[in-house]
Design a protein around this ligand. Structure first.
Ligand code: BES
Ligand code: ZN
Ligand code: ZN
Length: 470
């Protein structure tokens, strides 16, 4: 489906159907209120009603705020995709709604059919946003950024949705190389030989029982005179079976999504480079598969991480932090960044703490947490801050090594995982770093908001927005 922004002058280009957004208040004055009432439509949020004889699709909203427009647009596009209308349009006079509309249509209309032998076809070929004000130039810039961010979110979803057989650490590295070539990014990849040279022993231990070699991917977007330098670090577990601390069958299903942090990082650097942002971005991905076998790492092992810190392994299912420990250390050595953000489907405990829709945010800088939180709210993504404290920190002490990979108490698991990562952040970077636990927000098996079954592309929208306004 093609999406375009037209201005007033060419708006007489006709579409098969027009979308009209109504609140309950506006419904009272609408010329079609009788027909709509007969159809049982009362303009509640996310309700829609076709008036086929008027070539109109009426969409109910609580308000004209972005969140409400975005959400009902996702409902509308799904319904339109089931009809035989070939083109649709919507009139807008507020350019601040361009992002919400584009995201609603592109993200809500997303489908992933790579593994279906019969692909469903939709008649809808084109959707036009008709901007009725004069400042078309600034509107078109907003529109093109919105399309870039929405497409990057779909790109991230596509990778998350790819099966672990098709997307393993090696094919992940190939995909990163392809992105680098297409978007003119720098690209360095370390295979297991390179990882050994870099002393990434902790990361290597996690991938040891896999038949795919672990890979550390480093992509760079370097504009002229960048305002800031940012490092993005992603957990890229292409499959998390739990290792010898094997996951129960039901919890193992969906663990292809354990690479979502890494997929988000690629989506963000893709969006930033296409929007030509004036910030330098480094994306680091630890691509590893956590499997079982005679060569598997074990509970009771002690690993020497790249930083020199020793880690007692008590559970091989707490593997993401072991990979990130080395990738975070590597990233800090290679790049002196102004900000450092990691993205990881790190803990089931994060879902318990904040629910499955929200990204958990952890770090030391209240200011940074606040500005990222603001960017997230504006982008329509949900985040919540989970506070560190010294008592929880004691729970990851080890009797035999410098730190333990699991907590000795069952509560606060998202935070103790964040505190584990904190142990690998150098003193000078403490205030520059944030950790995002996207275990809940990155994947869904029931649709919500603009998200459909599968990967959601969590973090791409809010981080692109943060980087844009830095
Ligand atoms: N990849 C999982 C976390 C996860 C759980 C992501 C559910 C998405 C949905 C992670 O590697 C893991 O298994 N964590 C353990 C940690 C525990 C062993 C301390 C968990 O959350 O149970
Ligand atoms: Zn795990
Ligand atoms: Zn995991």
């Amino acid at each position: 489906m093609n999406i375009q922004l037209l201005n007033q002058n060419i708006s007489d280009a006709k579409s098969d159907i027009s979308l009209v957004y109504l609140t309950a208040e506006l419904l009272k004055k609408n010329k079609n209120k009788k027909a709509l009432k007969l159809a049982g439509f009362s303009a509640t949020q996310d309700s829609i009603c076709f008036l086929h004889n008027k070539n109109t699709l009426v969409c109910g909203v609580d308000s004209f705020e972005s969140d409400d427009i975005r959400s009902v647009s996702a409902v509308a596009i799904k319904a339109l995709n089931k009809t035989n209308y070939k083109s649709a349009n919507v009139n807008i006079d507020d350019k601040n709604l361009i992002f919400a509309l584009v995201e609603g249509f592109v993200l809500g209309g997303y489908t992933y059919d790579v593994y279906k032998s019969k692909k469903e076809k939709t008649a809808l070929k084109e959707i036009s946003l008709i901007y009725t004000k004069d400042d078309y130039k600034s509107a078109i810039k907003l529109f093109s950024d919105a399309v870039i961010v929405a497409d990057a979110t779909c790109f991230t979803r596509d990778i998350v949705n790819t099966t672990p057989e098709d997307l393993n650490p090696v094919t992940f590295a190939d995909l990163a190389k392809k992105l680098a070539k297409e978007n003119k990014l720098g690209c360095k990849i370390l295979d297991e030989k390179g990882l050994k040279k870099e002393n990434c022993t902790s990361m290597l231990a996690v991938g040891r029982a896999s038949r795919h070699e672990s890979q550390l991917i480093h992509l760079t977007y370097k504009p002229k005179n960048p305002k800031k330098i940012i490092s993005l670090i992603g957990k890229g577990l292409t499959y998390d079976s739990g290792g010898l601390s094997l996951k129960p069958g039901a919890s193992m299903v969906t663990m292809k999504m354990d690479k979502a942090g890494a997929c988000a990082v690629l989506g963000i650097i893709k969006a930033a480079s296409e929007m030509k942002l004036d910030v330098e971005i480094h994306a680091f991905v630890g691509a590893v598969e956590n499997m079982i076998g005679g060569d598997a790492y074990k509970p009771d092992d002690v690993l020497v991480s790249r930083s020199g810190k020793t880690i007692e392994v008590r559970n091989t299912d707490a593997e993401g932090r072991l990979v990130l420990a080395d990738v975070l250390d590597f990233a800090q050595d290679k790049v002196k960044a102004d900000y450092m953000f990691d993205f990881a489907t790190l803990t089931g405990a994060c879902l318990v703490a904040v629910g499955q829709y929200t990204t958990g945010v952890m770090g030391h800088s209240s200011r940074l947490k606040h500005s990222v939180g603001k960017a997230a709210t504006a982008s329509g993504e949900l985040t919540a801050s989970l506070p560190f404290n010294k008592h929880l920190k004691k729970q990851i002490k080890s009797e035999i090594a410098d730190i333990c990979n699991i907590s000795n108490k069952p509560y606060g698991g998202a935070i103790t995982a964040g505190l584990f990562l904190d142990a690998f952040i150098k003193e000078e970077n403490k205030e520059k770093w944030l950790h995002f636990d996207i275990a809940g927000s990155a994947y869904t098996e029931s649709p919500w908001d603009v998200n459909v079954y599968g990967g959601t592309g969590a973090s791409v929208r809010f981080m692109s927005n943060f980087l844009k306004n830095i």
